[in-house]
Every structure is written in C-alpha cells, then in structure tokens.
Design a protein around this ligand. Structure first.
Ligand SMILES: C[S@@+](CC[C@H](N)C(=O)[O-])C[C@H]1O[C@@H](n2cnc3c(N)ncnc32)[C@H](O)[C@@H]1O
Length: 271
C-alpha cells in the first residue's frame, strides 16, 4: 500500500478509536451551567425526563435546527417520524401544525412514554400516533403517498442498512426527508462500521442474527451520504449551518460543533 494510504488508514483507525473518549471529555469541558439556554422544550419538560438522551440544551438547539427552519414542510403536512423515541419530534411536528404524525419506534417503553407524553400535553386522539416495531418492517406496511415529510432523526448511524432504509422511504414518495445523523469526517465515500450495544436505549434495537447483544452499525461520510440520498431519489440537499445559528453554548452538542453530525433537508427529484 502507498505511504499516503497507510497514513490515512492509521489516522482513520485512531480517530474512530479515540473519538468517543474525546467527545466525552469535550462535553465536560464545554458544559456551562450558568446559561441554561431556553427554547421550545422548556414548555414541555417531560421530554427531559422520558429518555436518557434528553439533555435540555441539546433538545432545544436541535429544535432550532430540525423544526424551526422547516416549518413550511411540516405545517399542514402528514409527517412520518422514523425511530420516534419518546415522541419528542412527533410532538414538535404536531405543535408546528402537522396535519397528522405517525411515529415508528422499536422500544416498547419508549412508545409508552410517547403516548403518555402526548396525553399529558393534550394532543387530540388520532393526531399523533405511534406504532411499535422494526422500522424496516413497518415501512413496508405504509401506503405510498401517505406522507409528505419524513423525519429520519438520530437513526441513520444506528443501522447498516442505509440504502434499504432510504429506498423504503423513497417508495413512500415523501417530497422531503429531514435527516440528522452522525457522519465520518473522511473526504472519501464510505461507511465507517462499528458495533454498538443493543441494550443502550438510543442504539439500534434489532440485533443481527449472530449476536443478540450487539448490532453492527455504520456512519457514512458526507460524500457517501449525499450519494446515497441521490441514489434513493433525493439529490437536492440543504444543510443546516450549525456554526451560523448563533449558538453560544455547545454543551451536549459537540458532535455538531465538530462537524461529526449533520442536519439536512433532502428534496425529492421531480418525476
Ligand atoms: C438515537 S435515538 C433517536 C431518537 C430521536 N429520533 C432523536 O433524534 O432524538 C434512536 C432511536 O431509534 C430507535 N430504534 C433503533 N433501531 C430501531 C429499529 N430497527 N426500528 C425502529 N426504531 C429503532 C431506538 O429505540 C431509539 O429510540
């Protein structure tokens, strides 16, 4: 292998190996208790409690990235929320004026939290619904044309089946996909693979056949992500610019700060 190739391989391995430790350290360093931010979820604080990934600053800043700039493709629209967790983004979509929201979530207790959260915050019956199950199975049971906008938030890097997922979404023909995912920073087009523990509440929930406790997942590079979206029929992509969003507090947002996580809207190619 040429020298440059070896160096890149070593750098990539080292980056992946130490990434989690660096992120943990950075999260501690950036935490600033004197500024508690504020935002959409402060009026709905149950979402800080019904998940282990409910940090206040993170949820409120993600709202500013994922919901606020996209109100025109949420208001009066039918929204499908993939990996809906405790119902946070389904609820946010409802509050932003969605006609109907369906969340798909594989963890039973999270579906229960979602339903409780909707009830506690007075969402009328039938406006926001949740189905329990594997997104790869449930997507096949939905009729094409039923949804205008698909949320794929915090899930794309918890699977190895990226194209299967995008093709199943594409089959439903939504005009927009709002996608938020961790990526690998390498300039080439590939998917960086790793194992994660199924027991973790935010991880992939359906293990591979060889190991009931762990699941193989992959973070695409930016270039791979764009190729995948284009191949599924969503070639036009607009990224949310986290660095021009006026954010001063980056605690619990370090992946976004370092470009290791992106938020975007992908638009369907005209027929
Ligand atoms: C990191 S959380 C993201 C939660 C939320 N969408 C967000 O962005 O804040 C990933 C979620 O995907 C769910 N999940 C994992 N594998 C799934 C699958 N195969 N089908 C449906 N949901 C799944 C997990 O249970 C978890 O709630």
């Amino acid at each position: 292998m040429p020298k440059v190739g070896i160096l890149r391989l070593v750098a990539s391995r080292a980056r992946n190996h130490y990434r989690e430790n660096f992120l943990r350290l950075e999260r501690k360093l950036f935490h600033d208790k004197s500024d508690q931010g504020g935002g959409f979820f402060d009026a709905y604080p149950r979402f800080y409690e019904t998940s282990i990934i409910g940090a206040r600053n993170r949820l409120n800043k993600r709202y500013r990235a994922l919901i606020e700039p996209n109100e025109d493709i949420i208001r009066d629209k039918s929204v499908l929320d993939i990996a809906s967790h405790d119902g946070r983004w389904s609820f946010a979509a409802y509050k932003a004026g969605s006609r109907y929201v369906l969340g798909i979530e594989a963890r039973h207790h999270l579906v229960q939290h979602s339903q409780d959260n909707m009830r506690m915050y007075g969402v009328p019956e039938g406006k926001v619904e949740f189905v329990l199950g594997d997104v790869f199975e449930k997507l096949d049971q939905l009729e094409p044309g039923r949804f205008d906008t698909v949320f794929c938030l915090g899930f794309f890097y918890h699977t190895m089946h990226h194209m299967l997922l995008l093709n199943k979404i594409g089959h439903l023909r939504p005009s927009h996909i709002i996608l938020d995912t961790c990526i690998d920073l390498d300039p080439d087009s590939f998917v960086a693979v790793q194992l994660e523990r199924v027991a973790h509440e935010s991880a992939g929930a359906v293990p591979d056949s060889g190991d009931p406790e762990r699941i193989l997942v992959g973070s695409p590079t930016r270039s791979a992500l764009e190729l995948m979206l284009a191949s599924a029929g969503y070639p036009s992509i607009k990224y949310f610019d986290w660095h021009r969003a006026g954010i001063r507090r980056w605690d619990n947002l370090i992946e976004y700060h370092r470009g290791l996580r992106v938020s975007l809207v992908a638009v369907r190619k005209p027929a």
